[in-house]
Ligand binder design. Structure first.
Ligand SMILES: [Zn+2]
Length: 618
């Protein structure tokens, strides 16, 4: 979460950048570092961040999803020069040692060399959240905060050859010796809890106790690193507290609570020393380049534009940049994006067009330009062609850029380029089946290619699992179009349509707290005809013999066995993404299904089998 650390009271006043400032820019493997400091200082900062990145991703093998926005680190020599860019609340500067400002296009970090370790602790905490975001879904809050606190102690020693991580945090240890938060309470805290959202003792205890659980697992005598991760993973997957703990730590909750309490009373703590002499990251060698004043103003203006309530300061700084360099693509991109975030899409368009035409290296400017073209105004073919070009540029700059891929898929769909939709979004949906926006566009593309079963396998899970009513409605509409597609030869063709994807992935922003009961599902099931009955249960097997086939379903009142002359005479439909369009004889993966049958003489005759998504409630 966004956190700012108070720095020792400094009198801060807004003042202009001194004319003598010499700003430089340095690119390392994972960072862009800019600052009004010497080349050597820029390299030192770059080294610390690169080593931090390496240590965090090594300790917890991270699956940071492709397409994470770039990270720009702004280095100020002292708190005085940092001041004008610190957050403002009600017109007053909030003094901070360092900042992390995340954005869809770029993540900004500021550090001040004067604030030293305090500056880095704040930003390492926040940056580790960014790195760990993709490790696994729904990680519990205490796990994220505990790890971030653990990592925040990172420091480089021995001239860059060693890093230390996990040194005890004195304020946490001291607090936990006086007060405690029972683990049952800690483990129940989520993003909506008052302990997390209100400043005060419970919040301090939350951070301290989370840190203690993590430190105990990593450095206590019992060394439970893997158990800690397994425990958090099980909780994230919806497992119960006691069960998950027993399956990993093999302990009851009270015993772990007691162990952690005893742990914080000790006086000596271990930490980790990472030896970098065998690794590549012992120094950063790239050359820093001098930045022109207009470029510095563009960077700082964009940084201000990413903060809350700093739009007018941002605009002033960007205007200054454009006055000195009217052709500077970076400033056009920043100003266009600022207007665009303000919802002034028409005003944004000319700036974004200039930035995109000048091939700015800011991929979000290309994306925003493509977005404005694809979703606003009249969507004629020339606009759609320009939108596709801009989005292709954005993806070339950041391969895997999720929002740009979804939108480009949507543009291809508008252009009836169904193969391109399939080739672009097929692999993406395979990796992230929870990306329902992408899945909807892909399903529409597959319908355009007459791939009915492929489309249906995508749409069923959306109906079943999407917390978003709009996505479910679109899935229902597309399923309704399937019948039309099947009769296309008679009915004439119509393009399958979906709404333009949102800027953020809906399932990400609304996923928290929506897992519990699940939405009600209305699948377009095969209507029951006279004399037919339907049983809901688990599909178990297809027994094949010379006499025909028997479908075996475990229903609420016992096993149902329904026969047919051949499987091809049973209507088969799947609304599941995991199951292919065909099944074969033998035991079946136990999936929920609806079996439609009718009684004929003494036997039960199979009519249809419909495989439904997990969590389906008839
Ligand atoms: Zn945090």
């Amino acid at each position: 979460m966004r956190r700012v650390a108070a720095f020792a009271a400094l009198l801060l006043a807004a003042f202009p950048r001194p004319a003598s400032a010499e700003w430089r820019s340095l690119r390392s493997e994972h960072f862009q570092i800019i600052g009004d400091v010497s080349q050597g200082q820029l390299r030192d900062v770059a080294l610390q961040f690169e080593q931090f990145h390496e240590v965090v991703t090594q300790l917890i093998p991270s699956t940071l999803r492709g397409g994470s926005p770039p990270v720009v680190v702004i280095v100020f020599p002292d708190q005085r020069s940092h001041g004008p860019y610190m957050p403002r609340v009600n017109g007053r500067t909030v003094p901070v040692a360092g900042m992390f400002v995340g954005g869809q296009d770029v993540n900004y970090i500021t550090v001040s060399l004067e604030a030293g370790h305090e500056s880095f602790a704040v930003v390492f905490h926040e940056y580790s959240h960014l790195l760990l975001r993709g490790v696994f879904a729904n990680a519990p809050l205490w796990f994220n905060e505990g790890l971030a606190e653990y990592y925040s102690t990172f420091e480089v020693a021995n001239g860059g050859r060693t890093a230390r991580i996990g040194k005890p945090i004195a304020r946490h240890v001291q607090l936990l010796r006086e007060r405690r938060m029972p683990l049952s309470q800690l483990f129940s805290i989520g993003h909506g809890s008052k302990e997390y959202n209100t400043d005060g003792l419970p919040r301090s205890l939350l951070y301290a106790q989370s840190w203690a659980v993590v430190h105990h697992a990593l450095h206590g005598e019992t060394r439970r690193r893997d158990q800690l991760i397994g425990f958090a993973q099980r909780l994230g997957a919806g497992g119960g507290l006691e069960d998950s703990l027993r399956a990993t730590y093999a302990l009851p909750l009270e015993q772990l609570d007691g162990e952690v309490q005893a742990y914080v009373r000790r006086q000596i703590y271990q930490h980790l020393e990472v030896d970098f002499t065998k690794s590549l990251v012992t120094r950063v060698t790239g050359n820093a380049v001098r930045l022109a004043d207009a470029e510095v103003d563009a960077w700082l203006g964009d940084f201000l534009a990413h903060q809350r309530d700093r739009d007018s300061d941002a605009e002033a700084q960007l205007a200054k940049s454009l006055k000195a360099r009217p052709d500077l693509a970076q400033a056009h991109a920043a100003l266009g994006l600022l207007r665009w975030r303000q919802g002034k899409h028409d005003e944004a368009l000319p700036y974004l067009a200039k930035a995109s035409a000048a091939s700015t290296s800011n991929e979000v400017a290309h994306f925003a330009y493509g977005y404005a073209l694809a979703t606003g105004g009249t969507r004629d073919s020339a606009r759609l062609a320009d939108a596709a070009t801009a989005l292709e540029k954005a993806i070339a700059l950041r391969p895997g850029y999720p929002a740009a891929q979804r939108l480009l898929g949507y543009v291809y769909l508008q252009r009836d380029e169904y193969e391109k939709v399939r080739d672009l979004l097929g692999p993406m949906v395979k990796i992230s089946p929870g990306d329902h926006d992408a899945a909807l566009i892909l399903a529409a593309g597959l319908l355009g290619l007459n791939d009915v079963s492929g489309a249906r396998a995508l749409l069923g899970p959306i109906l079943a699992a999407s917390p978003d009513e709009d996505a479910r409605r679109q899935a229902r509409t597309l399923l309704g179009q399937i019948a039309a597609v099947q009769n296309r030869s008679q009915a004439g063709s119509s393009r399958p349509s979906v709404a333009a994807p949102g800027l953020e992935q809906r399932t990400e922003s609304t996923a928290a707290g929506t897992r519990s009961s699940g939405p009600s599902v209305i699948l377009p099931l095969r209507p029951l005809r006279a004399g037919e009955q339907r049983t809901f249960g688990t599909f178990e097997a297809i027994e094949c013999s010379d006499q025909g086939v028997v479908l075996v379903l475990q229903g609420p009142a016992g096993t149902v066995r329904a026969r047919a002359a051949a499987f091809s005479s049973v209507e088969f439909t799947t609304y599941r993404s995991q199951t292919g369009g065909t099944v074969s004889c033998g035991p079946q993966p136990a999936v929920p299904a609806l079996l439609t049958w009718r009684s004929e003489a003494d036997s039960t005759v199979a009519v249809a089998i419909e495989l439904v998504p997990d969590g389906y409630i008839p």
